[in-house]
Structure formats: structure tokens, C-alpha cells
Design a protein around this ligand. Sequence first.
Ligand SMILES: Nc1nc2c(ncn2[C@@H]2O[C@H](COP(=O)(O)OP(=O)(O)OP(=O)(O)O)[C@@H](O)[C@H]2O)c(=O)[nH]1
Length: 765
Amino acid sequence: MLLGMRFSILRGCVRHCRCSSPQTQSGQWKRNYSFLKDDVKSPRSVVNPDISKIRNIGIMAHIDAGKTTTTERMLYYSGYTRALGDVDDGDTVTDYMAQERERGITIQSAAVTFDWKEHRINLIDTPGHVDFTLEVERALRVLDGAVAVFDASAGVEAQTMTVWRQAEKHKIPCVCFLNKMDKPGASMSYSVESIKTKLKANPMILQIPIGSGKGFVGLVDLITKQRMTWWGKSWAEDGRAFETRALQSTDDPEFLEANKARATLIEQVADLDDEFTELLLGEYSDNFDSVPAGKLQEAVRRVTLSRKGVPVLCGSSLKNKGVQPLLDAITSYLPAPDERNHDLVRWYKDDLCALAFKVVHDKQRGPMVFLRIYSGSMKPQSAVYNINRNGTERMSRLLLPFADQHVEIPSLSAGNIALTVGLRQTVTGDTIVSSKASAAAAARRAHDKAEEKRASGQEMNSLVLAGVEVPEPVFFCSIEPPSMAKQADLEHALKCLQREDPSLKVRTDPDSGQTVLCGMGELHIEILHDRIRREYNLETHLGPLQVAYRETIIRSVTTADTLDRTLGEKRHVVTVELTVNPWEASAPGMSSCHMTYEEEIEGQISADIKEAVESGVQSAYLQGPVLGYPVQGVLIVIHSVGVEPGTSLAMVSACVSRCVLKGLKQAGGQVLEPVMSLEVTVDEEYLSSVLGDLAQRRGTVRDIQSRHDSKVLLATVPLADMMGYSTALRTLTSGNATFSLELACYEPMNPQDQNALLNKMAGLA
Ligand SMILES: Nc1nc2c(ncn2[C@@H]2O[C@H](COP(=O)(O)OP(=O)(O)OP(=O)(O)O)[C@@H](O)[C@H]2O)c(=O)[nH]1
């Protein structure tokens, strides 16, 4: 390897050399220099790597922690880009949508494929803004591992907690990267402590920094006891070259600290991994420190995969330090696709099973679907079966996603992320298999194993890979095309955008007939508006942004109704009796209404009548009795349903719906408003102005914490009072504050506020 390296240096085309085994035969540690070759690689070179060499990784973090910068560095060091992109100059590869370049934020998760030391890394750069949480969730669904990027001067921030919770939900092993170590306030110990306390995780420190703030020059790898330095002046500024050498007691001031930290790491890993404990107590009981780096690394990997601990690394992506070891850590500690347990897939054996996790619209190619392949393989020019849509579609081309460059490939196998052209019906969250027969065969295998599942419909459902939970939108506004002639174009644009983004809901207002957009936040709707203009060439007009209130009831009421109507020759008679009850089962953001039958009558009602009753209840829930907002927190018990022969099912639904509305009205309507958790990080001098502003917005302060020179304000505040908050906060603090907002719950409005809202809606205020 070293000879090869020298040869390469002489040729002027320097290969990257591994830093993991710099020990010579005599046992002396040698000084080692790492370089990367100059030419830009082609992703055509390796198409189907062995599954054990694939890493499907997400990068997740709080806004501005440095995900995009880190991704850019990864692409650069792996040899896929010639120049370093810079988010501040707006020329990154992953933030390729026009608005992303302008706004400097990541909106859609862009999948990027590249190779690093014989490994294929499929990387999803996920957005940090809370309005796009669903994008993060969608990406996590298909990932095997994640890198959590932190701003080392801030530690764990609000959005990190959200995405961390999501990663936990999907049981995704993580590696933590403490970025921005070059900042004056950067602190490894503070960040590690916040990982412990706020994320309740078990950080395993694998590196310690050399120097701090502007003097941060590199790190000590505690596993190999190597010192890695990126010396800005005499070395190439792009960080491709760095020095790796063994830590020496005589020369290095970090020696003692590193030895202590390594001993702590060994002890911690031994506590978490029995195999490693046995090894230490056996062969290395005389001197734990003599345990080989390889054995320690294997144990750290086991602990990471079992999610008992998270490796912590540090660096500065902007200053080009520490990214190559991070890439090594991704390949060393995060799992290959076959090390993750994807339960539902086993029924497909070697047949194709893939999940559509993202749809983008390309003007020339039409919809392009990102798929995670769980089993089998895909080929272009082939038919596939979509279980959710119950239809066969033809895939024309198969591509490898290289940001905005897509490379055509002849086939792709399990474990990979593919980009397909030609699937016009597929929507985010759909499951794709090779044929209907293959889906049926998988269903049969599942059925043979699980005899308790009798109904075939049930088996089929169990084979559909679970989609992403879509939270209910909290904001809505009307949208109008420039002229009636453009209404069809607007509908087409919204249809395409909805296929990409299930958190966007579109409905028609029953009173005004207007098209209504429902989204997750101000920014979400603003970006959609912008995309309609740019991508679909439509100048639309947005109505005022409104809060999506809900309604509930205060007390239980039992009521009955009879519908007796003659249409033409036919007489339709339905009687129904039911009770509406207040019901508490709401998870934040999810609508919660439920219905059940009284035990004695449940068995007596036929399946089609039941379906009609349920549809009647559902339509009544859509428009509450106070202001016509959706109803939540209600349980309906059906006591009796009488249907005379010849009565149509539509009449049954109509009668049930009318009876429910009557019950809801009598039960005392109550408006619920979305209340958000707010976290503001602000310089101390601006704290009082932020607090004053918050009081005017009906905010409740929960806690004020200190983080270095800044204050972190935790509060809850009704969404209705948060319109335009980002502009207001920027003005109040001269740009010295950041905030994040997340739906906490729906809370009943007090009578004065509810009356004020009713008056406003009636045009009286
Ligand atoms: N000092 C310092 N600044 C950094 C570092 N990495 C990134 N930044 C800066 O931090 C800001 C945010 O960086 P991004 O890479 O866009 O962060 P992000 O997490 O992708 O942001 P979103 O996609 O908007 O969530 C930019 O101004 C970067 O130049 C670092 O290591 N040190």
C-alpha cells in the first residue's frame, strides 16, 4: 500500500490511502499522509456492489448544523465532484432545487450515490426545517443508518430532538458528528452532555479534538491511537491531504488525555457488550489498553447496531477537517442492508419488493420515483406491480441518483436506492413488486405461517410496507389560478405536488367552490406557491393563511333520527339512535374520532349497512357544528339502525350523518386550536424583547436555559398568534435568534377567544 502510494505521488495522481494500518513489521508507527486522487470518478464504474458493502445513510440535524456542507465534502473527498460546493455561495450539488440555492436551505431530500473505499454509500440529505419533518420521516423509513450532525457550539437543538425521536421509532443506528469545531464556542464536552441529557442516548467518544476554535487542527482517533491533522498552511486548503501518525508520549500534549479517554471508552464498551467483556477479562486482563484496535472497533460496531450506544466524532466540514474519518465511521459502524430486519420482506424471498419513498417531477421525463429495493432486483424496460394501486406499470429507465445528474444503469439489486422513470401511477409510500402473482405468492407464504389471519384482504395488507404517517396540516389557504382557463393546469400542478408530498392536502371549499391548500406551516405553503410558479409556470394568488382549527364536544348526548323519503316510486325509511361522547385519545397532529356499535346489535347488522353507517359518521366528522372545522375527540356509540326493505345505502349514510350532526350540536360545540412548542435560541441581550413579544402572542414560557452566551427559551404558543413570526423575530433581534416550531397539541379555546373567533369568522370583527 505504501509503495503504491509513493508510486502514485510520483505520477502526480495521488490515491487515497487507508489510515487504519500504518504499523510497520517492526512494530514502529509510521507517519502516514493521506491524499485523494485528482480525477473525478464516474458512478458507472461499480453498478451492483455486494450487499454487505452498501450503506443507506441519512444525514439528519437541526437547521444550519451543516448537513449540506458535510454532504458536499463527502462527495468531494470520495472523488465525485471537482470543486467544493458552498451553501453560502449557493452552488452545492444536493441543494439543487432553485429555491434551495437561493434560500440556502434544504427542502427536499436529495438522494446521492457515491463510493468510499470499496463501499457504496447512498446518502439522503434530509431537510432541517420543521415544516418539512415529513420529508425526514419519509427518508428515515428507507434508511439503514444515520449520521446526526450537530453544531458543536449548540449541542442538541430542538429539531435534532424531533429527528432523533423519528430515528428511534424506526430503530435506526446512528453516528453523531459534532460539526463546527472551529467555532469559538464549540465544546465537545457540552455537546456530549446534551446528547446524554436531551436525547437520553449513550455517547461513545471515539475521537478527541486537537486545538479549539480557530486553532482546531485535527483529532485523535481513540480506537487506533492515531493523530490526524489537517494543517491549513502547508497543506492543500481543501483538506484532501492530512497527516496521520501514531500518538507519541514524548511529542504530543494530547497523549495523556487520549489515553484516559480511551480507557473510558474501553470500559464503557465492555459494559455494553458481553463478547468484548469476555475478551478483556480473558486475553487482555493484564492490560486492557493492549486490546487491538480491530477488536475494539468490532465491539463498537455491535454496540452501535444494537442501539445501546452512539459513536461520537468531531470535525469542521466548512474548514475541511474530520470528514474522511466520518466516512470511515459510516462504513465501519453503520449497518449494511442485510443487517437490518425488514420483517415484511421475507415473504418475497428473491422476488422484487421495493418501497417508493419519493416522487419528483421532471419536465422531460415525467414523474421519477425513488425506490428502496428490499429484495430481488430491477431492470429497465420491465413491468412491475404496484400493490397499493392494484395495477401493473412499465418502468422505462433505471437510474442511479447522482444529485441532478442521473446515470443510466442496466440493473439494480436488493439494498440499493434506485431512481425510475415511467411509473406514472406510483405515489410516495407505495410498495412495488414484480407481478400480481408474486404478491399473491408472498401473501400465501405469509398465510401459511400465520394461520390466524383468515381474510385474504388482511394478508394482502400485511404485505404492503407501512407508509409514512402523515400528520394533519395546521395551516390552510385558498389558491386561485390567474384565470379560469388555467384551473385545469393548477389542478394538474397540485396533483403532481401531492404525489411528491403527502403532507400537502388539497380540497375544495364546499361553500365558495375555491381550491384550498392545507400544509404544515407558513414556509411549506410559501414554497409550494413558489414551486407552482417556477415549475408549472402559473402565477397563482394565495388567500390569507388560516389556522386549521378543530372542534369537539363538551358532554355526552343520546339522540335519534328518522329519515322517511320517497324518491320516484321508492320509499326510503331509516331510523337510527346513537350517543356522542367526548373521547380522549388524541396524539398530536392526528385526528381522533372513533365509532362503535352496542354489543347486542353489532352481529345483526349486515356488512354493507355497516359500511354506509361508517361513511355517514365520517362525513359528519368532517364539518363540526360550531364553525365547520373537522371534529376530533368524539366517540360515537350506535344503539340501533333500522332500515326498511328497498332503502338505498346512500339514505342510510345521510340519516346517520344528520343524526350525528344533531347530537354534536346538542353536546355543546367547543373550538380547539393548535398549540405549538416553540424553542427560541437568542443572544441574552435580546431575551427581554423576545419575551415581551411572546406575551402578546398568548405564549406560555415553560423554561429558559443557558447555552454558552445564548438563552434558550422554551414555550408553548397558539399557532394563530405565530403568523409572520420569523420576520418579527429577525427584526426584534437583528437576526440574532433562531427558532423552531412544532405542533404540541390541540387545546380548547377559552370562551372570550372563541367568541372573538366566531365574530371574526362571521365578519363582525
Ligand atoms: N464555522 C463553521 N460553519 C459551518 C460549518 N459547516 C457549515 N457551516 C455553515 O453553517 C451554515 C449552514 O450550513 P448548511 O450546510 O447549509 O447546513 P444545513 O444543516 O444543510 O442547513 P439546512 O439544510 O438549511 O437545514 C452555512 O453558513 C455554512 O457555511 C463548520 O464546520 N464550521
